[in-house]
Design a protein. Structure first.
Length: 288
């Protein structure tokens, strides 16, 4: 039996479900040849309206193993869906996935960080969906490939000639909006201000390749809206201070998220060489 589809394996919840990933898996499992009603009837665990609500980000807790199994068992032929991957997106890991005592502290630190990262992703998904945005989710921004890692598309992201990567936590496409790809990088840095505000953001070096690429190969990023997401105001302001006076060739922004309120607080854009400006998509009115 394929271990990734071992339905007898027990799973336990360890983190928040990833709303965007679950929605992507459900759409993949349904396939293009069935309506949601037909898919729901074959699954026999949720109604079509329940599946639609999940796809649109209305998910308060993890789905049951029975529901995940029904999705996998009734997935369209050729759909890239398996039980293990869906359970992981559901915030669950195998019960027998043990760890050594010496790994305990690190394990929970990583788990806490992953939960925060997922919380930010879910907040951003909710903020888009609350404004009626039709979004397509991708685990990260691929280069020289379509965003799901398969065959190249007409509007794929060209590969850098200098090996300069684009940092990415996840990416989306928003129907009817440009640029084509909205790439988010989540930064969970929390700064201690007791010794005064730092002038340099810890970990900023990881972003150097993006800014070099924007300067040296701007044409490779013309279809990308690059957003650096922060959960703490000081880190957000230090990032903007570091880039004060810097001009870029493409759309680049910093976004501040309030994790307690579950909302986007503000978004600031870097100035472009060509003077083009963009208004934050999060200033659009939320749907009632």
């Amino acid at each position: 039996m394929d271990e990734r589809n071992d339905f007898s394996r027990k799973y336990v919840a360890t983190r928040l479900p990833d709303k965007l990933k679950l929605a992507a898996y459900i759409k993949e499992a349904k396939g293009p040849g069935r309506t949601m009603a037909e898919f729901a009837e074959q699954c026999g665990t949720l109604t079509a309206s329940s599946f639609s609500r999940i796809i649109h980000g209305n998910l308060a807790k993890s789905l049951s193993a029975e529901i995940i199994q029904s999705i996998v068992k009734n997935a369209a032929p050729g759909a890239r869906v398996d039980y293990e991957s869906m359970m992981q997106a559901n915030g669950m890991v195998p019960e027998d996935q043990g760890k050594q005592p010496s790994e305990e502290a690190t394990y929970w630190e990583v788990l806490e960080r992953r939960n925060k990262d997922l919380q930010v992703r879910n907040i951003l998904a909710d903020e888009h969906l609350a404004r009626g945005h039709m979004i397509q989710y991708f685990p990260r921004l691929f280069e020289d490939l379509s965003l799901d890692g398969s065959n190249p598309l007409p509007n794929h992201i060209p590969k850098s000639r200098f090996g300069l990567i684009v940092p990415s936590s996840f990416a989306i496409r928003i129907q009817g909006y440009e640029p084509l790809y909205w790439n988010y990088v989540v930064n969970l840095t929390a700064l201690d201000n007791r010794g005064g505000r730092p002038k340099v953001l810890p970990g900023f070096r990881a972003y150097h390749s993006f800014f070099l690429r924007d300067a040296w190969e701007p044409e490779t990023l013309k279809d990308v809206m690059q957003t650096f997401v922060f959960v703490e105001r000081t880190a957000y302001e230090v990032f903007l201070s570091m880039l004060s006076g810097v001009k870029v060739h493409n759309y680049v922004s910093a976004l501040l998220v309030d994790m307690d309120a579950g909302r986007v607080v503000e978004e600031s854009f870097l100035e472009r060489h060509d003077g083009k400006q963009m208004t934050s998509i999060f200033l659009e009115k939320r749907m009632e």
